[in-house]
Ligand binder design. Structure first.
Ligand code: ADP
Ligand code: F6P
Length: 321
């Protein structure tokens, strides 16, 4: 059995990361493992910045957004020199296995460490839900609910003033957040990178059509991969006559107390990671597919593709008119 493990959070933080850390630490301690909490992602591993955690180190964090271990993007870790520093730290501390919580960039780091003999188990932690082998990533549900609450507020004022709101949401290169939050908010149009769009047809004409059935206020949801919401707002105003405001929701989407779903999935995934390492199994990605927690070979996982639900997009077009 691996006697000493480390846990780190890397890349953009996501609500639920703390619940995952808690599960890793508690499950590890219960098995008699020594568990190190590594600060600031791969930076802490390269710089030997970590502390030993115990059952009480993770008290009162299941409900907290962010990550108590802090997170970072660590460009130096992508170099051979950085990688060797990380391996040297593992040797110095006797770390026999690592739990890496992050997005697909962090997974590539875990894959490279695994290739160099440090068994890693990676957990999907990102609000973007953009990891190939996963239907669901830790943080996605909280971010989606935050977007929904923010857009509901925008809708209140939009309704009061007979306006149109163009709202940009995060998701990096993927449209999961925009599409699903768009459905939850009843957006008139949803623009995502996975579906080619024609602004005239998909926004202006749809608005004009709904105006004919007496609709007077509108929400247009735009994925950050498309962007350009200020220009869109100007164009909508001049072509439809509807006063329009643009909002970029920004980092509010990354914070906040995790939803029940994020806490539960993060706990299951953290627990699973330790069970794998306990049996000496590394080089795995823990994933959720069809509501079931599974694990995949890290190399295979990085080659898998996840697709947005185009039927959902089609449905949204039909019912939000
Ligand atoms: P995320 O994990 O959210 O996708 P990043 O893409 O910024 O975030 O990746 C987080 C960190 O993972 C990077 O700063 C780097 O240290 C490491 N990483 C990213 N890509 C690679 C890669 N191709 N090889 C090794 N490490 C990587
Ligand atoms: O990957 C999470 C995410 O919030 C993306 O949605 C967004 O594109 C990016 O990180 C923002 O990164 P930063 O916090 O570095 O501005």
């Amino acid at each position: 059995m691996i006697k000493t493990i480390g846990v780190l959070t890397s890349g953009g933080d996501a609500p639920g990361m703390n619940a995952a850390i808690r599960a890793v630490v508690r499950a590890g301690c219960e098995l008699g493992m020594q568990v190190y909490g590594i600060r600031r992602g791969y930076n802490g591993l390269m710089e030997n910045d970590m502390y030993e955690m115990n059952l009480r180190s993770v008290s009162d964090i299941i409900n907290r957004g962010g990550t108590i271990l802090y997170s970072a993007r660590s460009p130096r870790f992508k170099t051979e020199e950085g990688m060797q520093d990380a391996i040297a730290t593992c040797k110095k501390r006797g770390i026999g296995g690592l739990v890496v919580i992050g997005g697909d960039g962090s997974f590539r780091g875990a894959r490279d460490l695994s290739l160099r003999g440090i068994p890693c188990v990676a957990l999907p932690g990102t609000i973007d839900n953009d990891i190939g082998c996963c239907d669901y990533t830790i943080g996605y549900d909280t971010a989606m609910n935050t977007i929904m609450q923010m857009v509901d507020r925008i809708r209140d004022t939009t309704e009061s003033h007979d306006r149109c709101a163009v709202v940009e949401v995060m998701g990096r290169g993927a449209g999961y957040l925009a599409l699903n939050a768009g459905v939850a908010c009843g957006a008139t149009s949803i623009l995502i990178p996975e579906v080619p769009y024609d602004f005239e047809r998909d926004v202006i004409e749809r608005m004009k059509r709904t105006q004919k059935s007496n609709k007077v206020h509108f929400v247009i949801l735009v994925s950050e991969a498309i962007g350009g919401v200020d220009e869109m707002a100007k164009r909508i105003q001049s072509e439809t006559g509807v006063e329009t405001r643009a909002t970029i929701l920004g980092h509010v989407q990354r914070g906040g107390s995790p939803t029940a779903k994020d806490r539960i999935v993060a706990s299951q995934m953290g627990y699973r990671a330790v069970q794998l390492l306990k049996d000496g199994i590394g080089n795995r990605v823990v994933a959720m597919q069809k509501e079931t927690v599974l694990d995949f070979d890290i190399f295979e996982a990085l080659n898998m593709k996840n697709h947005v639900d185009l039927d959902m997009y089609k449905m949204a077009l039909e019912i939000s008119i």
